[in-house]
Write a protein that binds this ligand. Structure first.
Ligand code: PLP
Length: 363
């Protein structure tokens, strides 16, 4: 099977797996020790957690701290629900491209919410009108469905000018691009950057007050209770260090793969901006395409209709409709997500299979 669904999740890098093994081993190695215990084995585990924290921090701006969480969904919930906003600024504004982790936690918080529109290119206008009384603006770095890169530095400036904090969901950009500039809060997750599932982080700029979302033993300086997994931390850290070292090489590789795919799928229309985009994500549509049939005809290719979380509901993608596509166009779209370990042969074989299946159904 050819895996082209890297926005849903990425394979574990061998280096990350290797870094995890000691902390997963049996009683003889003491790698299982609780990193919050005071004995020697516990302190060794705690030291590994701190090494990992530094490695993860190296993907993020200077001048902040990393709180380990179970993933980006939890990090986003903490940013939205446990960072106090001034009484005069209770509102939350988020872009129409945001992941449901942002949208649903903002709605669940009970705050007044504003959805910021996006252009047909899949970009938020940096000068978009934001409601007065907004205390938190949330705009993602790279969209997970169409790969567009948002003008977050200017949007963060806009947020600050009106007395609001800026939250950036950098899940799809972390380890791939320079960190978002100007953000006060950044959410990332290991499993989108070749690390393990079940761990993520909330980065908090120094001076920004954050409260715990989860209460208990007071781990993570009281901000996120619960026993940390040294294995997950070590895997996240190793994946982050590797991503940092390979950032340019990965970008060039993916750029080449995207160009190859576009040359084979030349009849298909790109959803979202041609230029402000992450090359590992191609959202393409073809008039008349029957997506379920395509998927069943191309069972040996793992690709997706839109976001993994949204697919399966039958509803057209929220992001594709936000950029102005008709439901029928949104339903005739596919997402191809390339990764570090995808080869040119994979792309060639998968795209030829997809094109042949589309032609066979008359699309
Ligand atoms: N934000 C974006 C843009 C995502 O793509 C995802 C994962 O699908 C998430 C947030 C949630 O991340 P996690 O799976 O770590 O909770």
């Amino acid at each position: 099977m050819i895996y082209l669904d890297h926005q849903a999740t990425t394979p574990l890098a061998p280096e990350a797996r290797e870094a995890m093994l000691h902390w997963l081993s049996g009683p003889e190695s003491m790698g299982f020790a609780n990193p919050h215990s005071m004995h020697k084995a516990g302190r060794a585990a705690a030291a590994a957690v701190e090494v990992a924290r530094e490695q993860v921090a190296s993907l993020l701006p200077k001048g902040g701290r990393v709180i380990f969480t179970s993933g980006a969904t939890e990090a986003i919930n903490q940013a939205i629900r446990a960072v106090p906003r001034a009484e005069t600024h209770p509102g939350i504004a988020f872009s129409a491209l945001e992941h449901s982790a942002v949208v649903n936690s903002a709605i669940a918080s009970g705050a007044m919410c504003q959805e910021l529109p996006v252009s047909a290119e899949g970009l938020v206008d940096p000068e978009v009108s934001i409601n007065e009384g907004t205390g938190l603006v949330a705009v993602m770095q790279v969209n997970n469905e169409i790969g567009t890169i948002q003008p977050v530095a200017r949007l963060a400036e806009r947020a600050h000018e009106m007395g609001a904090l800026f939250l950036c969901d950098a899940v799809q950009g972390a380890g791939k691009l320079a960190p978002p500039e100007g953000a006060d809060l950044i959410a990332i997750t290991a499993h989108k950057l070749y690390g393990p599932k079940g761990i993520g982080a909330l980065w908090v700029r120094d001076g920004v007050k954050v409260l715990p979302l989860i209460h208990g033993g007071g781990q993570e300086s009281g901000l996120r209770s619960g026993t940390l997994s040294p294995a997950l931390c070590a895997g996240f850290g190793a994946a982050a260090a590797l991503a940092k070292a390979r950032m340019d090489a990965d970008f060039q590789h993916l750029y080449g793969l995207a160009s190859l795919a576009r040359s084979i799928l030349s009849r298909w229309t790109l959803n979202g901006s041609e230029t402000a985009r992450w090359p590992g994500n191609l959202s393409l549509r073809l008039e008349g395409l029957n997506f379920p049939r395509l998927m069943s005809d191309c069972r040996e290719v793992a690709f997706s209709a839109g976001s993994a979380c949204g697919s399966g509901t039958g509803a057209p993608s929220r992001v594709l409709t936000a950029i102005g596509l008709e439901p029928v166009q949104a339903r005739a779209s596919i997402r191809l997500g390339f990764g570090r370990y995808t080869t040119r042969e994979d792309v060639e074989q998968a795209c030829r299979a997809i094109e042949a299946a589309a032609l066979a159904q008359g699309a």
